[in-house]
Design a protein around this ligand. Structure first.
Ligand SMILES: NC(=O)c1ccc[n+]([C@@H]2O[C@H](COP(=O)([O-])OP(=O)(O)OC[C@H]3O[C@@H](n4cnc5c(N)ncnc54)[C@H](OP(=O)(O)O)[C@@H]3O)[C@@H](O)[C@H]2O)c1
Length: 326
């Protein structure tokens, strides 16, 4: 098969479409013939040499895909060859074939195109596990999503609205904020021109956000805690603004607030399977009902993954960039 390899870390040109051995599904795995993959921010870090795949994972990039089951490994039941699926991966999605632990497979939801379903596994799993399983966002509460037009952000807006929460977003341009509003965001904040703490406080009569989904890490830590409501929950999933920050713990105590931080890729197989099962139970019915949909910015041939990385690095996209296999 062909896959995107990274012979040497570097810029987008480090991604090389090359012939490699076919993966063989191991115990509990299924072989998927890939129709499409999708780009995640983490793939860029892997390409640059800053994010090695966890032990046992494919060394090719790609954290999600859609396709058809080509073979079933030992010990797998409940799936059949030829079935259309999408999957959460620990790597290997930028390839014509990938071996997937069966617990990370999802049937393509009703009403969604097979290719476009590649945009769903990583964002639904990340948002559901952080915003709902850890931070327990409830109907009527306010969620602040940083980077509202990102792959993650566009899913967070839709899921939070579907459960009856109010959604505030930050983005860097008016056009991106408009797209967030189309998806249902209620409070639109341009992070280049406005102070998100003041804007969230004003929109919530001084209370603040009940849950914040944060991609910035260190740069926003102090201001995120300021923007939290009493009993607020800050869920950190990214470090685009650095990893090290100082925090006045008193500000947390006074609010009885909580901070969580997780990385989906590094979680053990059982935890990923539990998250995917929760996505199947809670998110898939919303997708099938048309209340939540994949937001795809564009489709690019997988062999030209470099072009897709350039788009994402320049933040020229809204939602997800897909990589279509030959
Ligand atoms: N921990 C996990 O398990 C996990 C899983 C998946 C993703 N993530 C993280 O989630 C984040 C989003 O991932 P993605 O793949 O959806 O990325 P993406 O589509 O590339 O989006 C990155 C976003 O960052 C926003 N941004 C840049 N500077 C900002 C600032 N100062 N304030 C607020 N937003 C800012 C961009 O907004 P503009 O375009 O408007 O500038 C853009 O929306 C990344 O940090 C990624 O690493 C974590």
């Amino acid at each position: 098969m062909y896959a995107i390899t990274i012979p040497e870390p570097g810029g987008p040109e480090a991604l090389v479409w090359d012939e490699v051995p076919d993966p063989v599904p191991g115990e509990g795995e299924v072989l998927v013939e890939v129709v499409a993959g999708a780009v995640n921010r983490a793939d860029i870090l892997q390409r640059q040499g800053f994010y090695d795949p966890p032990p046992g994972a494919s060394r090719y990039p790609g954290l999600e895909c859609s396709g058809r089951i080509a073979a079933i490994g030992p010990g797998v039941s409940g799936w059949t060859v030829g079935e259309e699926v999408c999957a959460l991966l620990s790597g290997g999605g930028y390839a014509e074939k990938v071996a997937v632990p069966a617990g990370q497979l999802l049937a393509v939801p009703e009403g969604v195109d097979l290719r476009q379903s590649a945009a769903l596994p990583e964002v639904t799993s990340t948002v559901w596990s952080n915003v709902f399983m850890i931070a327990h966002l409830r109907p009527g509460e306010t969620l602040l999503v940083h980077g509202g037009s990102s792959g993650i952000g566009t899913m967070a807006i839709q899921l939070a609205k579907a459960v009856g929460a109010r959604v505030a977003v930050t983005a860097g341009t008016k056009e991106k904020l408009d797209r967030c509003a189309e998806l249902g965001a209620d409070i639109l904040i341009n992070y280049r021109e406005q102070d998100f703490v003041a804007e969230v406080k004003q929109a919530t009569a001084g209370a603040g956000a009940d849950v914040i989904l944060d991609n910035m890490g260190a740069k926003y830590l102090d201001r995120n805690v300021q923007a939290l409501a009493v009993n607020g929950r800050l869920a950190i999933i990214g470090m685009q603004g650095g990893a090290t920050a100082e925090l006045n713990i008193g500000a947390l105590l006074g609010k009885r607030a909580a901070i969580s931080a997780t990385s989906l890729r590094a979680r053990p197989l059982e935890e990923k399977a539990a998250i995917v099962a929760a996505v199947r139970e809670h998110v898939w019915p919303l997708v099938a009902a048309g209340r939540v949909r994949p937001v795809v910015d564009r489709e690019i041939p997988m062999s030209d993954a470099a072009a897709a990385h350039r788009v994402v690095e320049e933040s020229g996209h809204v939602g997800k960039v897909l990589l279509v296999a030959p």
